[in-house]
Design a protein around this ligand. Structure first.
Ligand SMILES: *Cc1c(COP(=O)(O)O)cnc(C)c1O
Length: 392
């Protein structure tokens, strides 16, 4: 063939005997077919078939399969962020006149999506007290299509009695979705406890290195595949194989990273709980935590993120005291190798419950630095809160 043609054709090289452990990065928009008949019948191959890069490559399908196995679901979809996954988990099931119930402590952008866009599209939106299945029961309507949960709640860590809430929702014909980002599929299996749909912000612990954004939606039953798949297609939502490859790499070390963060976070939570400046530590694995019994019943472990409520006298000094940190970084998107601290305020994202704690809560994410150096940092923080004038 002519040189110009050779430049664009891909020569066939043998792949036999090449058995890598790593997953290949398959970049593709166009996917070609072996003949005209294969092209004509491409839609008959079902969801497993490859038709266009946006709808899956071997790289993204590998990540989806790993998630489907770990979550115990029929199929997984990837989305460009955790919040995109949350949005695409509920949108296919809602139309004007329908009703959605959302946990009051859900990730705030989910609340914002509901109050701004779902309401604009004619969906009725209600929030429920995550600690009260009775509240869910009393707010269910004939038009309720989705009950959206997150357990533990964002920042304040309320543990939801998922089996009870799921049975209330299912009795009225509603779907149950759970944002499982804190637990990851290693620490909680929402689909085995009544949920129909589970989402993960893979951005956090699963990818684990603070360098990629991705989300996943896993459905329990095959019947839920088509509505999500087709809306994702119409919205033109997909992820790149390069990003999927980063998440696959992070996934391989999730087990050891998570167990390490779990152990150090719980050790710190126990020590901090007893400090005189501290009112309460919000960590589901602490025996003192209100949702502890349900957490112990349903979860397989805890993760590296927890929150600290300081006493009223100390709380106003917390934000400025963060400057005492030498190892912790200040930032919000947790679950990476670096330990993070973020002052959070939750008051404005509550409507079904009222927040009576301090205006600022300190959320910590424990990474992989030396445990002793991290603890020394926390001691510096506590000292600086105690004597704000001497803050470094
Ligand atoms: C961070 C987070 C998300 C959103 O993930 P992004 O990838 O940042 O969009 C969703 N849910 C929870 C619980 C989170 O913590």
């Amino acid at each position: 063939m002519n040189d110009l043609t050779q430049c664009v054709l891909t020569p066939q090289v043998p792949t036999e005997g090449f058995v890598p452990l790593a997953v290949g990065v398959h970049r593709a928009s166009t996917i070609v077919f072996k003949d005209a008949a294969a092209y004509a019948s491409r839609l008959n191959r079902g969801i497993q078939g490859y038709s266009y890069g946006l709808y899956g490559t071997p790289t993204t399908r590998t990540l989806e399969a790993k998630l489907s196995d770990l979550e115990g679901g029929a199929w997984t979809f990837l989305a460009p962020s955790g919040q995109a996954a949350n949005a695409m988990a509920v949108l296919p099931f809602l139309a004007s006149g329908d009703h959605i119930l959302i946990a009051d402590t859900a990730y705030p952008p989910m609340r914002d999506l509901a109050e701004t866009d779902l309401r604009r599209l004619g969906v009725e939106v209600d929030f429920f007290d995550p600690l009260s299945p009775q509240d869910v029961a009393s707010k269910m309507r004939d038009t309720t299509r989705v009950v959206w949960c997150e357990s533990p709640g964002s920042t304040t860590m309320e543990i939801i009695d998922l089996p009870r809430i799921a049975s209330i929702a299912h009795n009225r014909g509603a779907l149950v979705g759970v944002d499982n980002t804190w637990a990851t599929p290693l620490n909680f299996k929402p689909l085995a406890h009544g949920a129909d749909i589970v989402t993960e912000a893979l951005t956090k612990f699963v990818s684990g290195h603070s360098d990629v954004l991705m989300g996943s939606i896993t459905v329990k039953e095959e019947i839920l595949i088509k509505p999500i798949r087709s809306l994702i297609g119409r919205m033109g939502i997909g992820v790149s194989p390069d990003d999927a490859s980063l998440v696959l790499r992070g996934f391989e070390t999730l087990g050891v990273r998570l167990r390490h963060s779990e152990r150090v976070a719980l050790t710190f939570a126990r020590k901090i709980e007893n400090h005189p400046l501290v009112e309460k530590v919000l960590h589901p694995a602490l025996e003192s935590f209100p949702g502890h019994e349900i957490w112990k019943r349903d979860f397989l472990g805890s993760s590296g993120v927890f929150s600290i409520l300081f006493r009223q006298s100390a709380a106003p000094h917390v934000a400025a005291a963060l400057d005492a940190f030498r190892v912790f970084a200040i930032g919000a998107s947790w679950g990476g190798t670096r330990s993070l601290a973020a002052p959070m305020s939750v008051q404005t994202s509550r409507s079904a419950t009222s927040w009576s704690g301090p205006a600022v809560i300190l959320r910590l994410s424990i990474g992989l630095e030396d445990e002793g150096e991290l603890w020394a940092d926390i001691e510096r923080l506590l000292a600086s809160i105690e004597t704000p004038d001497k803050a470094a």
